[in-house]
Design a protein around this ligand. Structure first.
Ligand SMILES: [Zn+2]
Ligand SMILES: [Zn+2]
Length: 215
């Protein structure tokens, strides 16, 4: 088994961090949150000789899930996650674009597998634990690789900020509880990629992120 590698492709007008996780020896991997720009994702994957096995979703917003159904169809691979509480969002992907005032094609979808707290997902020997972290979206999940001290946090926690909670199903107190009870306990030395902007380390956010004061 090789090392876990990550590559980021900013997609959609929201510049969402579509993330490719892959093994640097087998070149097998998964894509997290293919929100759109599917031809670009396919191009990057093939240029780098990567074979995608699964599509993992953190939550049901258009910039994260809008391209998942198209990619599933093209590659013939399953869509895994998020938590079932995001079904209403995933069934409204086609109208989310209008609401956000952006022009992008999106397709409604039902994942092949819902995820729950305590589930694991994997490719090759790389195992990720699933945590249900509602607040930004009701069905938001995060993915944590304990061995490599790496997490994908979607729109829960950003470098210097946290996910917005003014969208349908969002709740500020619930988001703070998710961060306090699920994210911070992963440990200060855990590095993460998030849905927008640069990643960070959990310890740096615990110390410096103004939104986490008092947690
Ligand atoms: Zn979101
Ligand atoms: Zn987002």
């Amino acid at each position: 088994m090789g090392k876990l590698q990550a590559g980021i492709i900013p997609v959609t007008p929201f510049q969402q961090n579509c993330t490719i996780l892959f093994d640097d020896e087998t070149r097998e991997g998964v894509v997290i949150d293919p929100g759109g720009d599917v031809p670009t994702i396919l191009e990057v994957v093939s240029e780098n000789g990567i074979t995608l096995r699964e599509i993992w979703l953190t939550h049901g917003h258009i910039d994260h899930a809008g391209g998942a159904d198209e990619l599933r169809e093209v590659l013939g691979i399953p869509v895994i996650g998020p938590h079932e509480a995001d079904l209403p969002l995933l069934q409204k992907l086609e109208v989310q674009a209008e609401k956000f005032g952006v022009k992008m094609a999106a397709r409604n979808l039902v994942p092949d597998r819902w995820l729950n707290e305590g589930d694991t997902v994997s490719f090759g020997d790389h195992v990720f634990e699933v945590f249900h972290c509602p607040g930004h979206a009701p069905g938001h999940v995060i993915y944590y690789n304990r061995k490599q001290k790496f997490a994908h946090l979607g729109d829960v926690l950003f470098n210097g900020s946290i996910g917005r909670t003014d969208l349908p199903g969002g709740d500020h107190e619930t988001l703070l509880a998710s961060i306090r009870d699920k994210v911070l306990p992963l440990g200060d030395d855990v590095g993460f990629i998030c849905g927008h902007g640069p990643g960070s380390r959990i310890g740096d956010e615990r110390r410096n992120n103004p939104f986490l004061r008092g947690l």
